[in-house]
Design a protein around this ligand. Structure first.
Ligand code: F1P
Length: 360
């Protein structure tokens, strides 16, 4: 869908989604040349565990970023901000060394700011912030600030801010691990993804127009699990629909009882887990479920077991691709919200930032 075809409702969100490849290029080239990236790389040290922290979309971003750091052998994990300040002992242990990274598009989310202050002041940990806003409380609370201003959105929901900050953190991982080839592959991604926005949005919009579902499931393993979680949240936020996320093979352990024509199950299939996920896909199709597949390469078996397939065909290696998978969940949520007569630019019950009264 070309920006000029965007209807009144959802115009900000749709244009922000479509702008992602150009936004990634701008953000990555700015970040790669920045003193702040060098300062963040200098915080990397042997024996330390990277702790990625956020709320909502930014927590799912933390999940995706942590998988990349582990891939380049920098131990990492994702923690939701509220758990870190309410149950610090579940994450932080005496005598252990940590490099916290607090993720917040707005830099104003109360839980994110509170956890940054606790990490810096109470735990004396030099903390990195990644944000898309200027001059907000998070910036004043952290030691190193990675700022991607071009990725900010007008919309309530996060789309290009999610993928741009993810790519920024992946670039930090590759730089800290001195994986120069990985750095180059990340810089290459925008050029490879741009052409996908020519025809897939239209196919997705027609699929949404042709089928309605009562609920949604997103399935993925490994580096795509955080991406599947974000797809779940986008469909929930943008279309006020009920969506769930599971590790793919977990679906057999109970949740598959909901499989049927009313539930759209979307498989984000990665290379490493493709064969196992293909078997599950065929089992779900046999149960009568509606299925959608997003994969870098789709073989004929996956094609015949899915109602819609999105094949990316990227040259990049598996760990450089996650940002390219989420675009289709973002678009699905907007198109489905528009179909339901909603305005994804201002989703029901949501505010752009969750700021709590002091102390809550
Ligand atoms: C975090 C967040 C968003 C969500 C909504 C409310 O924002 O939970 O993920 O979509 O906008 O705030 P931030 O801390 O990244 O600004």
């Amino acid at each position: 869908m070309k920006p000029e075809e965007i209807t009144e409702h959802g115009q900000h969100t749709l244009s922000e989604i479509i702008s992602q490849p150009q936004c990634w290029s701008a953000c990555l080239s700015q970040l790669a040349a920045s003193a702040e990236l060098r300062a963040a790389v200098q915080l990397s040290r042997p024996g330390a565990e990277w702790i990625f922290v956020g709320c909502g979309t930014s927590y799912y971003l933390a999940q995706a970023a942590a998988s990349t750091f582990n891939y380049v052998k920098l131990p990492a994990r994702a923690v939701v901000a509220s758990d870190l300040f309410m149950y610090p002992a579940l994450t932080l242990h005496a005598g252990r060394d940590y490099i916290p990274v607090v993720i917040s598009r707005s830099g104003r989310t109360s839980e994110a700011v509170r956890v940054a202050q606790m990490l810096e002041k109470d735990r004396d940990l030099r903390t990195i912030a990644i944000t898309c806003a200027d001059g907000q409380p998070l910036e004043a609370s952290c030691s190193v600030i990675l700022k991607l201003r071009d990725a900010d959105e007008q919309s309530t929901v996060m789309t290009r801010s999610f993928t741009s900050m993810l790519l920024g953190l992946q670039y930090l991982a590759a730089s800290a691990a001195r994986e120069d080839a990985f750095c180059r592959q990340l810089l290459e991604l925008p050029r490879q993804v741009e052409p996908l926005l020519q025809d897939i949005p239209q196919r997705l919009r027609l699929f949404v127009a042709s089928r309605s579902f009562s609920d949604f499931v997103f399935l993925a393993q490994g580096p795509l699990f955080g991406i599947a979680s974000e797809c779940m949240l986008k469909v929930t936020e943008s279309s006020s629909s009920y969506a769930q996320v599971f590790h793919s093979l977990e679906f057999r352990h109970g949740p598959k009882s909901i499989a049927g024509p009313e539930t759209l199950i979307t498989f984000l299939m990665s290379e490493t887990s493709y064969d196992a996920e293909l078997e599950l896909l065929e089992e779900m199709k046999a149960l009568g479920a509606a299925t959608m597949v997003i994969a870098n390469r789709v073989d004929s078996r996956a094609q015949s077991a899915s109602d819609l397939t999105i094949e990316l065909g990227l040259q990049s290696p598996e760990y450089a691709r996650p940002a390219a998978f989420v675009i289709w969940g973002q678009l699905y949520g907007v198109y489905y919200g528009l179909k339901k007569g909603l305005n994804p630019d201002s989703p029901r019950n949501l505010t752009r930032v969750v700021e709590l009264a002091d102390g809550r």
